[in-house]
Structure formats: structure tokens, C-alpha cells
Design a protein around this ligand. Structure first.
Ligand code: FAD
Ligand code: DHB
Length: 392
């Protein structure tokens, strides 16, 4: 088999890259370890930045997003039992965010690729990348039927997420890794309950952070700060609701609506960046190159921003023989990635309880929340990061 760009991973990064390359007239093949059903149902992110939404609409895959996505013009920060609103749209000259589940983005992208005759090989097992320093790198894998296959490419895009193989196929000496682990995790649930208010609420509470979000007019999404490597077995439904009520109930009586819990999961909190994001003809994008803690809802959006740059860079090289953008791919993406890392770290630090926090730290956090929600300068900084920095 042969293609111009071999893409490992059918997450948001890999599928969007394949879609953008197709619009440039460049052929690609996507190899995905899991089944189509699995990736189309995997519950993850839910907040799309303005730039991600614009890109989906501008490239012809935004119809369902525009019909079913929930447009949000603000978020709320809650502390000491009171909520304060951040008017995202007013503070950013008209920008907003849209609530639309990551697996819906995946469905839209897969449908568009399949309709355009694009090739996605699901259940491609044991992928390994070879000869990335040559002009014809290759990906070896096993087909769903167990047959050994080889895909010859001009370029390889490693879009295989945090646990993927592409990053680790780069020789150790060629990469620098920067990492921060956080001493807590998030327990997330989806509940069959109408959202009790229209906008997201980030809550600071002495027992730990909590987040109110949603997926549709019938489904609420909630998260609780919990211990790292927490065992879900310790969290029967009643305990989850009691903890959410304790942390989230406001002085005015507001609390999330409750209902059947449809799904539960634990998310680790980590910041990680690899430098550079390219080696020979292998280019890393999305979670394969960097992870941010989820506070601030940035991971998916950062993955989309990477492949936006990569698609343009590959097109400039393949169609016009210009290699400047491709050479600068890593530099361009890392500039944005570190700003997003900073924002996610800042939101995480402001809103979570750390195990060794003293009374001093807690008062400092409350002072920061008070400042951030009353200073126009601070509100503007939060808002412009939250709706998303420019793609490049
Ligand atoms: P992935 O989505 O991880 O996709 C990688 C793909 O590669 C997967 O399909 C995987 O199966 C496949 N793969 C892996 N190894 C191989 C292999 N060897 N061969 C073939 N295929 C392979 N981000 C936001 O922007 N907003 C949010 O609100 C948000 N909330 C989140 C909430 C939770 C609970 C979690 C867990 C994450 C959240 N994120 C959020 C982060 C976001 O989900 C990720 O950053 C995003 O999925 C990254 O996309 P990606 O395409 O780089 O990687
Ligand atoms: C959601 C996830 C986040 O990480 C966040 O900051 C806001 C919302 C969500 O899944 O809805």
C-alpha cells in the first residue's frame, strides 16, 4: 500500500488532518487501533473553542454542530457559595464557545472522510513506524484479519494520543520531555438530568474542585476532584451525588439536577510537552505531543490547532515545494502549546485543593478568584484564553 501521508490514530487530530489534507487534494490513510464503534462512542471532551467551531463550519463539517451544539456566551466561577459570571462574548469582542461532545466531532469527521472516499483502517493492530529519516517512511501493522501489512508514505503523522507508539519511536536523545503531574484526578459522570442552569460552573470548595457542564438539554456532565488513581468502586452513585451537592450547592439554593448516572470515569491530571514535535518525516500532533490538565477544556482544541498548522505546512511542501513551514512546524505549534499549558496550569492551580495547602494558600486562592472575577483586565485575560488563542 502507498499514500502521501500515513496517519496513525483516528482521534480528533488524525481525522481532522485527513479531512484538511483531502481539501488540499492530498491523499492520506488513517490507521486506528480501535473499532469505529469504540471511537464514535468514547466519552471525552465537550467544549469547542471559537476557532475549532469556525474551522469545522468553514471546511464543510459544521452542519450538525450548528444544529445541535449549545452556544455559550459565558461561564461562571463559584466560590464561598456564590457564583460570578465571566461574560466571554462581551470581553472578547463577540467570541463564544460551543458545547458539542468530542465523539460527535469524531462521528462528523468519519462520515465526511468516508463520504469523500477517504481510507480509515479501523482495528489496525501493532502499528510501528520505520525509516522516518528517509524520503519514504513506512508504517507496518496487522490488518483486522491479522495479515501483516506495510503502508509506504511520503510523511507520517503521529496522531495516536498519549499512549501511542509514534512518540516512543523517536530516539530518546532527539527529544526533550517536560512534565508535571498533579496530585489529584477528576471523577466525571454523565447523568440523565436536564442541566440546572445554562452555563458551565467551575467551583472552588475546601473539599475540592467541582465542575458543572452538560451535553444536551437532557444530559448533565459533572466532574469532582478526587485522589489520584482513585478506584471507581469507592464511588457508588449516592456518594457521588452527596459530594457534588456538598461542593456545588450555592447560597441561593442552586444545585445540579440529579438523575440516573449513565457513565463514570476517572481522568488523570498531567501537563506534558515533547520538544521538538517532529523528527525527520514524522510529525507528532495532539496528545501524542502534549497533554494538558482538563481544567480549561483545551486538549481537543490544541490537537485541532496542531493539525491546522500541519495540513498547511504539508500542502506548501507537497504542492509548491516550499519547506519553510514544515521546518518550523514544531516551533509554531509549541509557541501556542506552551501558552495553553500555562493557562491550564493556572486554572488548575486556582481552583483545586492541593494536599499540602496551608491556610495561607487557601486565602491566596480566594483572593485570586475575587480578583479574577472583579478586575476587567483579569477577566479579559481569562476570557481570551478560554474562547481560544488564535490558531497560529
Ligand atoms: P486521541 O483522542 O487520544 O486519539 C488518538 C487515537 O489514536 C485514538 O483513537 C487511539 O485509539 C489511537 N491509537 C493509539 N495508539 C495507536 C496505535 N498504536 N495504532 C493506531 N491507533 C492508535 N479537551 C478539550 O479540548 N475540551 C474538553 O472539554 C476536554 N475535556 C476532557 C475530558 C476528559 C474526561 C478527557 C479524558 C479529556 C478531555 N479533553 C478535553 C482532552 C481531549 O479529549 C484530548 O486532548 C483529545 O482527545 C486529543 O485528541 P488526539 O486526536 O490528539 O488524541
Ligand atoms: C468539560 C470538560 C472540561 O475539561 C472543562 O474544563 C469544561 C467542560 C466537559 O466535558 O463538558
Amino acid at each position: 500500500m502507498r499514500t502521501q501521508v500515513g496517519i496513525v490514530g483516528a482521534g480528533p487530530a488524525g481525522l481532522m488532518l485527513s479531512h484538511l489534507l483531502h481539501l488540499e487534494g492530498i491523499e492520506s490513510v488513517v490507521l486506528e487501533a480501535r473499532s469505529r464503534k469504540y471511537v464514535e462512542e468514547r466519552v471525552r471532551a465537550g467544549v469547542l473553542e471559537q476557532g475549532t467551531v469556525d474551522l469545522m463550519i468553514d471546511t464543510g463539517i459544521g452542519d450538525r454542530l450548528q444544529r445541535e451544539g449549545l452556544l455559550h456566551h459565558g461561564i461562571e466561577l463559584s466560590f464561598l457559595g456564590r457564583r460570578r459570571r465571566v461574560d466571554l462574548t462581551e470581553l472578547t469582542g463577540g467570541k463564544s464557545i460551543t458545547i458539542y461532545a468530542q465523539h460527535e466531532v469524531i462521528r462528523d469527521l468519519i462520515r465526511a472522510r468516508v463520504a469523500a472516499g477517504g481510507q480509515i483502517i479501523f482495528e489496525a493492530d501493532q502499528a510501528t513506524v520505520h525509516d522516518v529519516n528517509s524520503a519514504s517512511p513506512r508504517i507496518r501493522f496487522r490488518s483486522p484479519e491479522g495479515q501483516a501489512c506495510e503502508l509506504k508514505c511520503d510523511f507520517i503523522a503521529g496522531c495516536d494520543g498519549w499512549h501511542g507508539v509514534c512518540r516512543s519511536s523517536i530516539p530518546e536523545g532527539a527529544l526533550a520531555c517536560y512534565e508535571r503531574t498533579y496530585p489529584f484526578a477528576w471523577l466525571g459522570i454523565l447523568a440523565q438530568a436536564a442541566p440546572a442552569t445554562e452555563e458551565l460552573i467551575y467551583t472552588y470548595h475546601p473539599r475540592g474542585f467541582a465542575l458543572f457542564s452538560m451535553r444536551s438539554p437532557e444530559v448533565t456532565r459533572l466532574y469532582l476532584q478526587c485522589a489520584p488513581e482513585e478506584d471507581l468502586a469507592n464511588w457508588p452513585d449516592d456518594r457521588i451525588w452527596e459530594e457534588l451537592r456538598t461542593r456545588m450547592t450555592c447560597a441561593d439554593g442552586w444545585a445540579p439536577n440529579e438523575g440516573e448516572i449513565l457513565q463514570k470515569g476517572i481522568t488523570d491530571m498531567r501537563g506534558f510537552v515533547v520538544e521538538p514535535m517532529q523528527h525527520g518525516r514524522l510529525f507528532l500532533a495532539g496528545d501524542a505531543a502534549h497533554i494538558v490538565p482538563p481544567t480549561g477544556a483545551k486538549g481537543l482544541n490544541l490537537a485541532i490547532a496542531d493539525v491546522h498548522v500541519l495540513a498547511r505546512a504539508l500542502a506548501a511542501f507537497i504542492k509548491q515545494g516550499r519547506r519553510e513551514l514544515l521546518d518550523r512546524y514544531s516551533e509554531i505549534c509549541l509557541r501556542r502549546a506552551w501558552k495553553v499549558q500555562r493557562f491550564s496550569w493556572w486554572m488548575t492551580s486556582m481552583l483545586h485543593c492541593f494536599p499540602d495547602d496551608s491556610g495561607f494558600d487557601r486565602r491566596r486562592q480566594l483572593a485570586e478568584l475575587d480578583y479574577v472575577t472583579t478586575s476587567r483586565a483579569a477577566l479579559t485575560s481569562l476570557a481570551e484564553n478560554y474562547v481560544g488563542l488564535p490558531m497560529e
